[in-house]
Design a protein around this ligand. Structure first.
Ligand code: FES
Length: 173
């Protein structure tokens, strides 16, 4: 009887300990996971319907400035092949979306609306309206942030097939 009782107690204690162990593992995992706000901070969702043609808007993603420029029909018509590779089309509208940091030494280039291009005042580097270098010293085009097209929205921080194609074709780093 005593043996049975001890056996039962032992099993019961073991079961409680196991449940407790799972619970504390769960609690530990929860404390290791990033907070929801930190997870959300990795993504920026842009509603692409709010932008106006030929007006540069500077958004923010992971603390970096993000240039968003909706192209006019004239801009689209005169795009070079290099521009076309970087063109982001959302619901029939064409956009330049790029990290707004000069690829030379990281200054923020300014959009010159009258010339529809970018000038980096630090060392005189220039980019066209798609972010392609037109004047050294920048070593490469403005980097394109990871993006995924989702209806009318662009989710920065997610990798969609269009972004993957740019990476595969070495259009962006
Ligand atoms: Fe832009 Fe040098 S940092 S040209």
């Amino acid at each position: 009887m005593n043996e049975n009782r001890r056996g039962f107690m032992g099993k019961a204690f073991g079961a409680v300990a196991a449940v407790g162990g799972v619970a504390s593992l769960y609690a530990m995992k929860k404390s290791w996971d990033p907070l929801p706000s930190v997870k959300a901070a990795g993504f920026t969702t842009l509603d692409m319907t709010v932008y106006k043609e030929d007006e540069l808007v500077v958004e923010k993603w992971r603390g970096k400035p993000i240039f968003v420029l909706k192209k006019t029909a004239e801009m689209v018509a005169k795009q070079t092949d290099a521009d076309k590779e970087r063109d982001i089309v959302v619901n029939g509208s064409h956009y330049m979306v790029a990290i707004g940091l000069c690829t030379h030494l990281g200054c923020i280039p300014a959009y010159r609306k009258d010339r529809q291009d970018f000038l980096c005042a630090c060392h005189g580097g220039e980019y066209d309206f798609s972010g392609v270098v037109t004047k050294a010293p920048p070593p490469r085009a403005l980097d394109v942030p990871p993006f995924k097209i989702d209806g009318n929205k662009l989710v920065l921080g997610e990798i969609g097939p269009e972004y993957q194609a740019m990476k595969d074709n070495q259009v962006t780093l």
